[in-house]
Structures are given as C-alpha cells and as structure tokens.
Design a protein around this ligand. Structure first.
Ligand SMILES: Nc1ncnc2c1ncn2[C@@H]1O[C@H](COP(=O)(O)OP(=O)(O)O)[C@@H](O)[C@H]1O
Ligand SMILES: [Mg+2]
Length: 246
C-alpha cells in the first residue's frame, strides 16, 4: 500500500489495543524504514517488537514460485512467540508483502478516500487473490477506511466506494491530530488520549479483528513450520533469514 496512508499507525495502535485486552502481542516490523521499531524503541508501548526487514527479497513472482522461500519465511515468522503477531509492511508490494500473505490469518488494508488510495488497494487485492489460489481461499481481508475527513464529500462517500472492492470493510479511522501527536511521543492512542474518539475507533477495529481471527480456520502454521523444518533438515539445512529481536 502507498506510503503515508497510516499503515504503521494502525499496526502499532491495533497491536497495543489487543495487548490492552491481555493478549500477548508481537509487532513484526517488515519495513526497512523501521518507523514502528523506532516507536517501540521509545519504550512506552505494551508490545514486543521484532525487526524482520525483507526488502532484499524483492521479486514478487519469485516468491510465489519458490515454495522453499515461503517455507523459510514461515519458520522465521514463527520464531516470534506471541498469541497475535501484527506485521507492519513497507509501502510497496514486495517480497515481505507476499511472504506475509503466505502466512497470515488476516490482511488489514488501510485505505484513504482518494482515488489513488482506492486503486492501490485494488492492486493489493490482486496479490491477495494469488495467495488465495494457493491457500484454499485464505487469507481473509479487512479494508479499513483510514485518515478519513468525514466533512468532505470523498470522506462521506468512502464506504460506498470501498464496498465496490467486494471485501469486508472495517470500522473507519478518522484523520485526527491525536494519532500523529501520540506517535511523536512514542505512545499509542489508548495511553495518549484514553476514551477519546480515536481510542474508540481503534478499540472497535481490534474487536472486529479478534472476531475474524476467532472464526479463521486457516491451516495451522505451526504444522507448516514443522514440515518446513523437516524439509530443510533433509535438504541439509539452510541459513536463517536475517532478523533480530529489537
Ligand atoms: N488517522 C490519522 N490521523 C492523523 N494523522 C495520521 C493518521 N494516520 C497516520 N497519520 C500520520 O500520517 C503520517 C504517516 O502515517 P504512517 O502510519 O507512518 O503511514 P504509513 O505507515 O502508511 O507510511 C504520520 O505522520 C502519522 O502520524
Ligand atoms: Mg509505515
């Protein structure tokens, strides 16, 4: 998805809202720009962060064609131990996006009200379709109207515009100064402005996400990982992907 739409803001706030419901949450920062890692490094958030930038693996086509790469990545993602793992992706459709599609239980796509945002979302959905072909219809998608100014015509029309994409629409996140301000001091919205409208928006989103994850019957990733480890052991072992806990 395009830069600046609010991916990192949603990833971090969603992860923290889930953590505030006593869920063990890890945030995987797959963006080489490391915005989420910088936010976590300020030390105020109730989540653990892992930096797994995957930008060197850039060919989308190669990712889909290489089961081995995907298996390796499944292993790497699963070294992160948490009940819910939120992955914050870089702006463009890249190896990390494809790899995440290969392992995730849900794709949350923030989408602004502009025509450019909606067209970027449509491109992301094409990639999701490729994943669904190889994962028996998984993963599900939730499109989240983001940075919406409800006073504008485009803002008010966003839900009907997004409905045409044919995927579930999550509750919207408005354009609010508190989202930008909380980020700049390393807090999530529930710390910075508890009980504010922005906090409630994020809590609603977290509820919807929990609901979808609860219904998900995606193949158990731990089984896939075990299969991958066995295959790698038989193939003589492979170096792990670069990745580190922050
Ligand atoms: N809902 C929002 N309201 C106001 N500002 C926002 C909102 N979401 C994101 N921003 C601001 O927009 C900028 C880009 O957001 P970010 O989450 O880093 O986007 P991305 O990860 O998609 O590049 C940041 O300065 C952030 O504070
Ligand atoms: Mg980002």
């Amino acid at each position: 998805m395009k830069g600046g739409v609010g991916k990192t803001t949603i990833a971090v706030n969603l992860a923290c809202a889930l953590a505030s419901q006593n869920i063990d949450v890890a945030l995987v920062d797959a963006d080489i720009q490391a915005t989420a890692s910088e936010w976590i490094a300020l030390g105020k958030l109730p989540i653990t962060g892992y930096a797994i930038p995957l930008e060197s693996l850039h060919s989308v086509r190669r990712w889909f064609e290489s089961e081995e790469r995907i298996r390796r990545l499944v292993n790497q993602m699963l070294t992160v131990k948490a009940d819910i793992e939120v992955i914050d992706l870089p702006p463009h459709l890249s190896g990390s996006a494809v790899a995440s599609l290969a392992v995730c239980d849900l794709v949350v796509i923030p989408c602004g009200a502009s025509a450019a945002d909606i067209s970027a979302t449509a491109k992301t959905l094409e990639l999701v379709e490729r994943a669904r072909e190889i994962r028996s219809g998984h993963p599900p998608v939730l499109i989240v109207p983001t940075r919406i100014d409800w006073r504008t015509g485009a803002g008010r029309a966003i839900e009907s515009a997004l409905a045409q994409l044919g995927e579930p629409i999550g509750s919207g996140i408005a354009q609010r100064v508190s989202f930008a301000d909380s980020l700049s001091i390393g807090e999530w919205i529930g710390q910075y402005a508890p009980d504010s409208p922005g906090h409630h928006e994020i809590e609603n989103l977290a509820e919807i996400v929990r609901g979808v994850l609860g219904e998900s019957n995606a193949p158990d990733l731990r089984d896939l990982a075990e299969q991958a480890r066995t295959a790698e052991a038989e193939a003589g072992g492979l170096e792990p992907e670069p990745g580190m806990a922050t």
